[in-house]
Write a protein that binds this ligand. Structure first.
Ligand code: HEM
Length: 125
């Protein structure tokens, strides 16, 4: 495994998020704009940054990258779904948004750890 899985997932999530944005523009209904923003930023931008980073890191194991990937992806999916539920005032929103937020935080902690442990010069930094 290398950073390409992060990169490919990021652009797919961005495609969904951008279509969501276009739909908001066409319908002039911005109710769920925060969900669109979090899908694009957590799923698209953060995921893409991790992919770029990992493609410059040959010493990170596939297993370590895989753990980061699963946690990041789960957070990027649950967080916007939970935000939609929260705006719609559904009963299930609390646990979903909470799980999405904690997974996103955990993914960021893993990323922080990897960035601090990275050698001084890589292909990206
Ligand atoms: C074709 C592409 C896109 C379209 C048509 C679109 C459309 C929209 C619309 C209609 C809104 C709501 C504006 C309002 O509330 O007045 C919005 C908000 C926002 N969008 Fe997008 N968007 C696009 C791409 C992106 C991308 C790529 C990102 C980030 C990587 C992004 C991040 C945001 C953010 C942060 C907000 C503010 C959310 C909020 O106020 O709660 N958007 N977008």
């Amino acid at each position: 495994m290398n950073g390409n899985l992060f990169l490919r997932t990021a652009v797919l999530l961005l495609l969904v998020g951008v279509c969501f944005g276009i739909r908001m523009g066409l319908t002039q209904d911005f109710t769920y704009a925060p969900a669109h923003a979090h899908l694009n930023l957590v799923g698209g931008v953060l995921m893409f940054l991790a992919g770029l980073f990992y493609n410059g890191q040959s010493q990170v194991s596939a297993r370590a990258m895989g753990v980061h990937y699963v946690v990041q992806l789960a957070g990027a999916i649950l967080l916007p779904i939970g935000i939609v539920g929260s705006i719609a005032r559904t009963a299930w929103a609390g646990p979903v948004v909470g799980a999405g937020a904690l997974l996103t935080l955990l993914a960021l902690l893993i990323f922080t750890w990897r960035v601090f442990r990275a050698p001084a010069r890589t292909g990206v930094l």
